[in-house]
Design a protein. Sequence first.
Length: 578
Amino acid sequence: MSQALSAAPPFTRSYAIGATGVPLIEQPIGAFFDAIAAQQPDHEALVSRHQQRRYTYLELQRETNRLASALLGLGLQPGERVGIWSHNNAEWVLLQLATAKAGLILVNINPAYRTAEVEYALNKVACRALVAMARFKTSDYLGMLRELAPEWAHGQPGQLESARLPHLRSVVWIDEAGQGGTEEEQPGFTRFSSLLASGNPDDARLAQVAATLKATDPINIQFTSGTTGFPKGATLTHRNILNNGFFIGEAMRLTPADRLCIPVPLYHCFGMVLGNLACLTHGATIVYPNDGFEPLSVLQTVQDEKCTGLHGVPTMFIAELDHPRFGEFDLSTLRTGIMAGSPCPTEVMKRVVSSMNLGQITIAYGMTETSPVSCQSSIDTPLEKRVSTVGLVQPHLEIKIIDPETSEIVAPGVSGELCTRGYSVMHGYWDDPARTLEAIDLEGWMHTGDLATMDSEGYVNIVGRIKDMVIRGGENIYPREIEEFLYRHPKVQDVQVVGLPDKRYGEELCAWIVTRPGETLEEDEIRDFCKGQIAHYKVPRYIRFVPGFPMTVTGKIQKFKIRDEMKNQLGLEEDPTA
């Protein structure tokens, strides 16, 4: 059993090490994927419902090779960075696999990012190429790029130059391939379908690159909000995410017979590792119900595609359960999946098990910096443990819970900071050795900043956060980042941002603002200032203008008092099951 522990319970201290019976994968992603494709070339690998596209493993392999060849044809060299700024689609997973095969580093960019954020991300890691959706709902991605780099309107594809994005040479936009090319051309930009057509799936260069790749090579950068106010680029290797995807799939007991519905975003580890790589390492079928989350399309897809698994954050499962048409759909094929991304309320878990036929659903806990999963329940975990804990340590990993002041390992049942060590710990923060040293100590332990307890059987429960982080609908938000942005407003003298409990999203942001002397501000002025500059989920829902903040005698701001005051004002209560 992948969830077995090498030290038998009862535990006398809060330390556990995962099983090592199944060895780690020491191949790069491309080589491992090729082996799976060779075993079952005609098995369905990918279904993108909203695009009406299907790929067998052989077809996915050939299109991946074609795209990898095309990327090399752009002049990209192994180790260079390629960004992806898109919601879920077939192009996303093609790029995920193709960059791995070409030795390029895929940079995940949140589709909710706006101009200031995408400019920072692209420049921080010096992206040479970017693949982007043209638009999605109210987001005009190509329009935002042209706002940042108006020079590109007269640029040559593959030879773009701009003052604000000096490293970027190629922008590829995802067009409607196979629809007759009716969309208008984009000056300076390349159609994805044209780029793909330029590649050769039998390109001899692919074998030459593959011979140089190592499992320990960086392959992926994911941005996590930082307490410094700027996102940090968590850099992950083939070994990090391929093994994590494999052992996640093991906990779910995935086989080629499984069809996993993935409505969670691919730009996040939840979609690309717990979803794509968990499936691809087990020969299972990836199913995308839509480009963005929409509960009705999830229910329809599970029924029509006979999905056996379903992923989601708690708010997604709640939206599905509470949809007025929920009872119309046959969900009898479901058995497993993962609920993660934010604390999983016990009552929601019980409803998912009883009403959605997800008797073998698992809970996963982790962070981007650990690829991401450190602890997970398995399909064998007793129900009472599955609804109240985040399971046991994953294979080949160590976890410990320490006193934040003394760093000593605490006794079972005592809360402390959860630390993780092993293959899953990131390569580091991109071009940020100081922040890397703050996160990973000299013994290789990743300090999560989360408060947890471990019981005498090794089950872990997350009880709070040391870091001042807000989790809204599965999105991690650091208040400092929002504060830093709001400080730019010319009328803002000081600002503090906290999280408040919310029944729908788990938490919502609240900003207390001190205006500059002689100035007046309205809530809408602040919201207008945020619009188009930061992601919608980072815009505070509650805004209050105050003369000052509660402080200690030493001048330290007491955020908990701000939070308590707002809870009283608004009549908000914490969810006792969260």
